[in-house]
Design a protein around this ligand. Structure first.
Ligand SMILES: C[S@@+](CC[C@H](N)C(=O)[O-])C[C@H]1O[C@@H](n2cnc3c(N)ncnc32)[C@H](O)[C@@H]1O
Length: 308
C-alpha cells in the first residue's frame, strides 16, 4: 500500500472501512449456511459500502423520488471470510444499515434483496425482520430467480436507484436488468464481473450451449470484439451509463478473481464523486487476499460469536 493518499493514508482508511463492515448489530448472529468467501471479498464490500454513502448524499440532494437499493444477488446478509473466522455485513445488510449510526445522514427508503438459495433466503429474511423495527428503509427479501423477479419491481423516473449485480458467474439474464434500469435515468450500477466470463469466452471452439449462456449475459456478445469492449459497449450503449470506475479484486498473489465496476450516467456538470471513488480505488488496488487476511488477524469461531 502507498503510504499517503489525500487526507488519510491507505492503511488507516482500509482499516476504518473494515471496522465498519465488521460492525454487525448484536441481534445478527452467524449461522450455518452463511456464505463463505476469500478475504478479497472485503475489497468488494468496501467499494460498495463507500459508494452507498456517496450515492445517498447525491440522491438526497437531487432526487424527487425514492432512494432505492436493489441487491440482485443478495446472499444471506452475513459473509464469513475464509481462513479468518471473521464475519462481515454482506451487501444487503450494508444497505439496510447504511448511515444508521450517522445522525442526520440520509438512508435508503427501500432495500430489495433477491436470493435463489432457500437457506440463504430464509436467513436473510429473518435478519431483515430483526432489523426492520430499528432501521429507516423498508426491507424486502425476495425468494427465487432475480432474472424473473426484477422485472416485477416498478420504479418511477424520479427514483434514484443503486443496482448491485453480484453473481458468482454468468447468472444474470442481462436484458431483464437493462429493461429494469431504463425505467429511470438515475440508476447507478455496481457489477461484479467474474474472470470466468473471459475464460468461457476464450474457449477456442465455443459450443452452442456456451454461446447461449454468453448471449444471455451479454446480448451484444460478438466473437470479433474483446470481452472488455463488449462489456463497455453493454454499459455505454444499452444501460446508457458512460462513466466508469473499476477496481480489480485479487486473491492471494494478486490473481484477479473478478472486477468490480461502477457505471453511472455522464452528466454535463462532471461527476465530483468520481474523484472520491478513484482515491479509494488507488488504495484498494494495492490489496489482495493476503494483505486483507493479515489485517483481519486471528480467527473467531461461531461459539465465540455466540458468547459475545
Ligand atoms: C456472490 S453471492 C452474493 C453475495 C452478496 N451480494 C453479499 O455481499 O453478501 C451470489 C448469490 O446469488 C445467489 N444467486 C445465484 N443465482 C441467482 C439467481 N438467479 N437469482 C437470485 N439469486 C441468485 C446465490 O445463491 C448467492 O447467494
Amino acid at each position: 500500500m502507498s503510504p499517503r493518499k489525500g487526507k488519510e493514508d491507505c492503511n488507516t482508511k482500509i482499516r476504518r472501512h473494515i471496522d465498519i463492515l465488521r460492525d454487525v448489530p448484536a441481534e445478527i448472529n452467524p449461522k450455518e449456511g452463511d456464505i463463505e468467501y476469500g478475504a478479497y471479498t472485503i475489497i468488494k464490500l468496501i467499494f460498495l459500502n463507500y459508494y452507498m454513502g456517496t450515492f445517498l448524499t447525491i440522491a438526497n440532494k437531487y432526487s424527487y423520488g425514492r432512494k432505492i437499493f436493489i441487491d440482485a444477488f443478495g446472499g444471506s446478509g452475513l459473509v464469513k471470510i475464509k481462513n479468518t473466522g471473521t464475519y462481515v455485513k454482506g451487501s444487503s445488510l450494508c444497505a439496510a444499515l447504511a448511515n444508521f449510526t450517522r445522525q442526520g445522514k440520509p438512508t435508503f427508503d427501500e432495500v430489495y434483496s433477491f436470493e435463489i438459495n432457500p437457506q440463504r433466503y430464509t436467513l436473510l429474511s429473518q435478519r431483515f425482520e430483526l432489523l426492520q423495527p430499528k432501521v429507516q428503509p423498508k426491507l424486502y427479501a425476495i425468494p427465487g430467480d432475480v432474472n424473473q423477479e426484477i422485472t416485477k419491481i416498478n420504479i418511477s423516473s424520479n427514483d434514484f436507484v443503486l443496482l448491485f449485480i453480484d453473481p458468482e458467474g454468468l447468472e444474470p439474464d442481462m436484458l431483464n436488468f437493462i429493461l429494469f434500469a431504463l425505467q429511470s435515468n438515475y440508476v447507478d450500477i455496481i457489477m461484479n464481473i467474474s474472470s470466468g466470463v473471459k475464460r468461457v469466452a476464450g474457449i477456442s471452439c465455443i459450443s452452442p450451449a456456451h454461446l447461449k449462456t454468453l448471449k444471455k449475459f451479454m446480448p451484444n456478445y460478438s466473437q470479433n470484439m474483446t470481452i472488455d469492449d463488449v462489456i463497455d459497449d453493454l454499459f455505454t450503449n444499452y444501460f446508457k451509463k458512460e462513466e466508469e470506475v473499476t477496481v480489480p479484486v485479487n486473491s492471494q498473489g494478486k490473481k484477479e478473481v473478478y472486477k468490480l465496476t461502477l457505471r453511472v450516467r455522464k452528466t454535463t456538470g462532471g461527476s465530483p464523486f468520481v474523484r472520491g471513488m478513484k482515491d479509494l480505488v488507488s488504495c484498494l488496488e494495492g490489496l489482495d487476499g493476503n494483505t486483507i487476511e493479515h489485517i483481519l488477524g486471528a480467527p473467531k469461531t461461531i461459539e465465540q460469536w455466540d458468547s459475545m
